[in-house]
Design a protein around this ligand. Structure first.
Ligand code: MF3
Ligand code: CO
Length: 284
């Protein structure tokens, strides 16, 4: 047991709640449990939901506007404008020095593609647009895939299966299940379809900060990783590769992640809150 292990602290002088009991039981069995800060209040969840409404508005706007011939810079400018028009801030801009409002990742770019004036959208490309918004201090995060014109059957299937991977991950995330249950479900679905799961990047807690605990890996074993407690807000965002799971981190721009074999990659992402009844999407 290391010093980095969270310990659930019960509230002094108050009787144990059902939640306390379940968390303490899991902790006793050696499971990783959240800190209190990771259990959002209703007020915080409403704040994250309002942030999510703008984030979804951005992706809906992009869905209407995206077309062949545009550059990723053009899309990013639209995102910056929409964000400002709605009184929000991009969580990406300036994050650890990141220079743009969004991440736009084409074909073999797994994630963190930096919008630029030279990347022109061409027929057949598969494009991930990843948007993260701060509103009144609350963070939301989601991404979608777009297909420019018509693509090959292979790339279409990759995009579809990546979306299914997000859905099976969502379904596996039950109250008082574990992060590893999500990862296991995603990994099984990807591999069953002949694809691989990126391991170096994962989903994450979100809401009061851009990236919080837990790390939501998209591979793993059932009943491992952090306990998923009602009130936790986190993303699921599997990056699914057609070929090798191995990726390359650009040493040139410090951000762009590509597949090592340059085969295409696809990703869908939502922000969720865990409820007593199951997952609720905050970026619909
Ligand atoms: N939006 C990404 C995620 O899903 C994080 C991007 S960090 C940035 O977690 F700086 F590149 F924007
Ligand atoms: Co994210």
């Amino acid at each position: 047991m290391g010093i980095f292990k969270n310990r659930w602290v019960v509230e002094k002088g108050k009787p144990l709640t059902e939640m306390d009991k379940k968390i303490l039981a899991a902790q006793k069995q050696g499971h990783k449990v959240p800190t209190r800060k990771l259990i959002k209040t209703e007020e915080q969840i409403e704040g994250i939901r309002r942030s999510g409404v703008i984030n979804t508005g951005i992706l809906d706007m992009i869905t209407a506007e995206i077309k062949e011939g545009m550059t990723t810079w053009d899309l990013d400018e639209l995102i910056g404008q929409y964000t400002a028009d709605h009184g929000a801030i991009s969580a990406c801009m300036g994050y650890e020095g990141y220079p743009r409002y969004s991440c736009i990742s084409i074909d073999d770019v797994v994630c963190h593609g930096i919008p630029d004036k030279k990347s022109i959208l061409r027929p057949g490309m598969i494009v991930n647009v990843d948007v993260s918004t701060i509103l009144d201090g609350y963070f939301s995060d989601a991404s979608r895939m777009f297909i420019i014109g018509e693509t090959t059957e292979e790339k279409q299937r990759l995009v579809d299966v990546a979306k299914e991977c997000l859905m099976v991950g969502m379904q596996a995330a039950k109250p008082y299940s574990y992060v590893g249950d999500i990862g296991f479900a995603v990994q099984c679905h990807a591999q069953k379809n002949g694809y691989s799961v990126v391991r170096e990047l994962c989903g994450h807690g979100v809401g009061l900060e851009f990236h919080e605990e837990p790390e939501v890996t998209h591979y793993g074993r059932p009943k491992t990783g952090m306990l998923l407690v009602p009130g936790m807000v986190f993303t699921i965002e599997p990056m699914i590769n057609m070929g090798t799971m191995h990726v390359h981190f650009s040493q040139v721009d410090g951000w762009t992640v590509t597949t090592l074999d340059h085969q295409p990659s696809a990703q869908w992402e939502h922000t969720f809150v865990m409820r007593e009844t199951g997952l609720e999407i905050l970026t619909h």
